[in-house]
Design a protein around this ligand. Structure first.
Ligand code: SF4
Ligand code: SF4
Length: 402
């Protein structure tokens, strides 16, 4: 945290990239303002409660990181600061309950399925509930899809070009099991053996994002045991999982598992980045032109720096036309649990994003992150334009099967 703070020279180059600054126009809702606030709290010059609303409004989107010429590691500061503050923070009872529910359900697919079913029963109560609960309920789909089981190993087809371990995700497993299914089969069809360790669990990134570092470490440790080390890469299909695993080195710093965690983080690779590097074996496409918008997930674009890779993959599919939208790098408001914690700002960011998408008249939206997909689906539906929203793995698998 000290290193990040010391590097900031207050130049303000990051301000234009920050979604909350662009929306709220307040210095303290900018990266520079938040760094100043966190510095003063850490130096005991400001009560934490005064800084808290501005830190809570930070999306953790990391758009400020590539925008910073001084190389301020804002993510290290934010993750560390939130973890520290959560230990001492007194939340109002309903707020504390909503947070506990998230911590106890989101990382566990089975619990999440049960909670989602119960949530749909209680959806009629949404208008009478506090914002966080109403937002949680509104994001649930009408019906959860059936599971799509995968074997422990899906062999490579043809000559083997690689061997990977596939992370299944947590919420994603319940909301969209077809994503991991499509990713595993696309990898296999492209000559990559996909190992799918059955003992794996949530990567912990969703907990790290909200400052629940101890719980994140507990469940992350399970993956250090469950994922084999003799693989070329550990593949993630959710942008948030990929960037969360990249933080394992930070999460386990000073712990006996530090080296193992750093190795794990080093091997983690997004599905689209891995396949773009490998190259599609055979690019089958669509019979007629399909116009698509690729929605950059913040944790893929800003946190992992993958802008070109998914576009390279999509460009290799015949008859797929990739459209550019305004402010493509701006967060859609999903950002982990942000649309639950800060529903009003999240809704405005989603509205702006959908406005940019609809302006170019696409046939569908493609993304590499389940959070963005759920957020955009909901906003497209409420705007009266329920376009299909697909994961890039689903699109590649669909194109391959044609
Ligand atoms: S661009 Fe970097 S150095 Fe400049 S104010 Fe923002 S965080 Fe600080
Ligand atoms: S992480 Fe995103 S919302 Fe937070 S300060 Fe940086 S750009 Fe702004």
């Amino acid at each position: 945290m000290a290193t990040a703070i010391e590097k900031c020279v207050h130049c303000g180059f990051c301000l234009a990239a920050c979604p909350t600054y662009s929306l709220l126009g307040e210095e303290m809702d900018s990266p520079r303002g938040r760094i100043y606030l966190m510095k003063n709290v850490l130096e005991d010059k400001l009560p934490a409660e005064e800084a808290q609303p501005y830190i809570d409004r930070c999306l953790g989107c990391m758009a400020c990181v590539p925008a910073c010429p001084s190389g301020v590691a804002y993510g290290d500061l934010l993750v560390g600061y939130r973890a520290l503050q959560e230990k001492e923070r007194a939340r109002p009872p309903l707020d504390a309950l909503a947070r506990k529910m998230m911590i106890e359900t989101l990382p566990y697919p089975r619990r999440f399925r049960l909670a989602a079913a119960a949530g749909k029963i209680g959806a009629a109560l949404a208008p009478a509930l506090p914002d966080a609960f109403a937002s949680m309920l509104s994001l649930l789909p009408d019906r959860l899809p059936p599971p799509r089981p995968l074997p422990a190993v899906l062999p490579a087809q043809g000559d083997r070009r690689g061997k990977v371990a596939l992370m299944l995700g947590c919420v994603q497993q319940a909301l969209a099991p077809e994503i991991a299914y499509a990713a595993a089969h696309t990898l296999a069809a492209n000559g990559v053996e996909a190992q799918i360790p059955q003992a794996q669990g949530c990567c912990g990134s969703i907990l790290l994002h909200i400052g629940a570092a101890e719980q994140a470490q507990q469940i992350a440790r399970r993956n250090l045991e469950a994922i084999p080390s003799d693989v070329d890469a550990i593949i993630t299909t959710a942008a948030g999982c990929g960037s969360g695993i990249k933080d394992y080195a930070l999460l386990f710093k000073g712990e006996p598992d530090q080296d193992r965690a750093a190795d794990f983080a080093h091997k983690a690779m997004d599905f689209s980045a891995y396949l773009a590097e490998l190259g599609l074996r055979e690019a089958r496409g669509f019979d007629s032109e399909v116009r698509i918008v690729y929605q950059d997930a913040c944790h893929l674009l800003h946190a992992q720096g993958h802008e070109a890779e998914p576009r390279k993959l999509l460009a290799s599919i015949p008859n797929l036309r990739l459209l550019n939208i305004a402010d493509a790098g701006m967060c859609c408001g999903s950002a982990g649990t942000y649309n639950i914690d800060q529903p009003k700002i999240a809704a405005e960011l989603a509205r702006r994003k959908v406005e940019s998408i609809l302006a170019v008249e696409p046939d569908m939206v493609v993304s590499g992150n389940i959070g963005c997909m759920a957020q955009l689906r909901q906003q497209l539906k409420s705007s009266g334009n329920p376009l299909p929203v697909m994961h890039i793995a689903e699109l590649l698998w669909q194109a391959h099967q044609r």
